[in-house]
Design a binder for this molecule. Structure first.
Ligand code: BMA
Length: 802
């Protein structure tokens, strides 16, 4: 494709005249163009968002003039990989077409309109609001979690605002655009289905690839299509008039693709060539050989016959302006996910079908992908024009994503089945359509035709049958939101679910992220801080969540540390409980990995890409091998591929370090297994619950559990020594405890925005020490590095009645 990314300008077609011929970036969007031209304030700072809402209500036009020199080809198409959203495309004054779907690509034949020399291309974007509101007026109200009209337009729902995201309704040419010339015929669609022969021989299995090819042909010249993978080739001739071909390849005992943690990620290049006289077109992708199965009764996923316990995180768009999500930024996010021992990302239905780069990274790193179709938290109309748009968009994206071995599950929607069943939508709907036809009929039908090797589940949550309560822990997959909204996090322990695809707890972003995005005073209830908190009663719930667990904050610094710590503890508590339930519970997907802007939210990595304490907690509780102290027992979970054995050392200590009871025993936990060790009475029961703790250690790992909540414990005032030394990449901080130090953490970003630490939330007994590596290119004051509010632990906090 010859990209047409140069020379664009942006003009407001409705509203004021201030915005004429503003230089524009393509791919891009109106907001980032206006920002680059310094015509608007940054919508991510303070409450600028509020004053910029007119952008989404304005009609805009992108124009460019480009040169075209006639080539030797017969046909030329204008190819638009993504238009956001209600677009009218005009070339040299002639209308090419109108579009209304962000999630589709478009191709217009333009050779007859192109002039040698200068050509003018214009794309007008009508306000997405205007369009969606007109559809709503025509199709009738639909209930949903938000008032914005997102179910009435095929555009990323969260772009209209969410309980973690601002309302920044975008418009623009958001994916590449360009000219593609061809003669005789071109490959219009290539859809490989790669799997393993279920009739596997002992220890080996043949790889099977079916390649469905659709060609666009301009005449009836004979054509041949050839597919090649792993040294095997197969060809088919297309008779005059034929537009489709199916090629089948069998690869004997290929190197397999495995999820991360279970093996290597072998990829094989699949190429498809279209030839007439000479090569006409060529397509290639890396594919992987693996077989994915979902045992729907147990909600158990397996890959290549091996059970996969899911330790997942939900993924939302990493920026409200997707053109800013560079490959480097995505790579960093994948590193952060893998670094937290996450093995699956769920691409949530209120966001996007992500970029090619996203799925390529997933393939390369063995990160499994659960892909929602794009429906979230609302009843969706099934009438035209939406029905045809949904069908076309699903067909295109199934085909686009099918080559990726990392994609292991398609899911119909987010919370729409639950909304209808449990949130009182039925009455409000008054018989109007709500999306059932998509989730139970259209989408599974398309998948049966286009991607029969992958499992499909109609919704998250969903119990397996339309007539069952969708959020039943005994069936399918559930979301847990009573914790956070109403209940204390210890309520997780009352759940015995098969699979949890959402559960979460909020915390503010890193201090430096909050500082950057909010001017003026930093306080939990400062108006600008509250603008960056979108959840209903969010900050009140943060405080309520501390109750009974941790002291109440005396000031902003305490608030920041304690609420971040509490988020980490809440999720760690949930994950440890759910993992200890194996094999009943086959997976958890924490809400949420990332953020799209600087905000207080459920994320582990904040809107500036900084890791919150939750990230460090996830790394521990999502490790292949987990020791967790549950009621009366130590549970050893081994999700790795090798046996885990050694001396399990159990001990009951007084806070001053004195050993009160101890026991060692040899344990062997087979690969994929869970072993429960009952605690002997002298360990399970404390003499003085308020001043004793329990530890369980195996290999390099140790679990610590107090007998009471920290708030009720007689934690001594923290005493320690520290040393700071300069290293090549920053500083090394060693802390030696003289008293118990509870959940020691370091927040070097308070001193320099680029500073980060390798470990946190470490509990030390008297005499023990911990070493932290601080990476930074900046010069830091060693005293500040080991003082509050940079270095924190729970027992430094002046207790208040909690
Ligand atoms: C669920 C998600 C999101 C939401 C989150 C937190 O409803 O699917 O819609 O952001 O909970 O409230």
């Amino acid at each position: 494709m010859r990209p047409l990314h140069e020379g664009w300008t942006l003009t407001a077609v409705s509203g004021g005249t201030r915005f004429q011929a503003v230089p524009a970036n393509v791919p891009g969007c109106v907001h980032t163009d206006l920002l680059a031209a310094r015509l608007i304030d940054d919508p991510y700072l303070d409450d600028n968002e509020t004053r910029l809402s007119w952008i989404g209500r304005t009609d805009w036009r992108y124009d460019t003039v480009f040169r075209w020199d006639p080539d030797q080809q017969e046909h030329t198409d204008l190819v638009c990989a993504g238009l956001d959203t209600v677009a009218t495309v005009t070339l040299n004054g002639t209308l090419l077409g109108r579009t209304a779907n962000q999630h589709r690509s478009y191709r217009f034949p333009v050779r007859h309109l192109l002039k040698a020399g200068e050509n003018t291309l214009s794309i007008r974007f009508d306000s997405a609001y205007g369009y969606a509101e007109a559809q709503r007026a025509a199709l009738g109200h639909r209930p949903g979690a938000y008032r914005e009209p997102y179910p009435f337009i095929r555009k990323s729902a969260c772009n209209f605002g969410w309980d973690w995201g601002p309302t920044v309704v975008t418009a623009g040419i958001w994916r590449p655009i360009g000219l593609e010339s061809w003669s005789a015929a071109r490959l219009a669609e290539v859809r490989p289905e790669a799997t393993l022969d279920p009739e596997r021989a002992a220890g080996s299995a043949d790889g099977l690839v079916k390649v469905a090819v659709r060609v666009q042909r301009a005449d009836e010249r004979p054509l041949t299509v050839t597919a090649t993978v792993a040294g095997q080739s197969v060809s088919a001739a297309l008779a005059p008039g034929a537009r489709t071909a199916e090629l089948a390849l069998r690869v004997a005992d290929p190197e397999l693709w495995w999820p991360r943690g279970l093996g290597e990620q072998r990829l094989h290049e699949l190429t498809v060539e279209l030839a007439g006289p000479g090569t006409l077109d060529r397509w290639s992708r890396e594919i992987g050989f693996r077989r994915v199965e979902l045992d729907t009764a147990a909600f158990a996923l397996s890959v290549n016959g091996r059970p996969v316990k899911v330790r997942g995180a939900n993924w939302i768009p990493d920026d409200c302006f997707p053109n800013r999500v560079t490959p480097d930024r995505l790579a960093q996010r994948f590193e952060q996910a893998a670094g937290a021992n996450i093995n699956l990302l769920r691409v949530w239905g209120g966001g996007l079908y992500e970029s090619e780069e996203f799925y390529r990274l997933a393939d390369a790193t063995g990160m499994l992908v659960w892909q929602d179709f794009l429906f979230a938290c609302a009843a969706y109309p099934e009438e035209e024009p939406l029905h045809s748009e949904v069908a076309a968009e699903a067909r295109e994206n199934i085909t686009r994503l099918a080559p990726h071995p990392s994609l292991v599950l398609w899911c119909g929607n987010n919370e729409n089945i639950e909304g209808r069943a449990d949130w009182g939508w039925t009455e409000e709907l008054a018989g109007r359509s709500w999306g059932a036809g998509y989730y139970y009929d259209l989408l599974p039908g398309l998948l049966a035709e286009l991607d029969p090797t992958r499992p499909y589940w109609p919704g998250s949550p969903y119990s397996g049958r339309p007539d069952l309560p969708p959020n039943d822990p005994a069936e399918g997959t559930i979301h847990i939101w009573d914790v956070w909204n109403r209940e204390d996090y210890t309520r997780y322990a009352e759940y015995h679910p098969r699979f949890v695809s959402e559960f979460g707890f909020q915390a503010p972003p890193a201090h430096s992220t909050l500082r950057r995005s909010v001017g003026g005073e930093l306080a939990a209830d400062a108006p600008m801080v509250l603008h960056h908190q979108k959840a209903i009663d969010g900050n009140a719930k943060l405080l309520l969540g501390l109750k009974g667990h941790l002291p109440l904050p005396n000031d902003y610094d305490d608030w920041h540390y304690l609420t971040q710590l509490n988020q980490a503890r809440a999720i760690a508590f949930g994950v440890e409980h759910f993992r200890s339930l194996a094999p009943l519970c086959r997976g958890t997907i924490v809400w949420q990995l990332n953020d799209c802007w600087p905000v207080t939210s459920w994320s582990a990595v904040d809107g500036d890409g900084r890791r919150k304490p939750l990230w460090y907690a996830l790394r521990r509780v999502y490790a292949d091998r987990l020791i967790t102290l549950q009621q009366g027992e130590a549970v050893l979970v081994n999700d790795s591929t090798e046996e885990w054995s050694g001396e399990l050392r159990l001990a009951r200590h007084r806070f001053d370090g004195e050993l009160l009871a101890g026991e060692s025993r040899t344990v062997a936990v087979p690969a994929g297994a869970t072993v429960r060790v009952e605690l002997p009475a002298e360990l399970a029961t404390a003499g003085q619950p308020g001043s004793e703790l329990l530890t369980a250690a195996l290999g390099g790992q140790r679990a610590v559990r107090l007998f009471t909540e920290d708030l009720a414990a007689e934690l001594p005032p923290a005493e320690f020594d520290s040393t700071v030394t300069r290293t090549a990449g920053g500083y090394q901080v060693t802390v030696t405890a003289h008293t118990l130090l509870r959940d020691l953490a370091l927040f070097p970003d308070r001193l320099a925005g680029d500073a980060a630490v390798d470990e946190m939330l470490v509990t030390l007994l008297p005499g023990e020490s911990a070493t932290f590596q601080v990476s930074t290119g900046s010069r830091l004051d060693p005293d500040e590095l080991v003082g509050a509010p940079v270095l924190r632990c729970v027992n430094q906090i002046r207790p208040t009645a909690g």
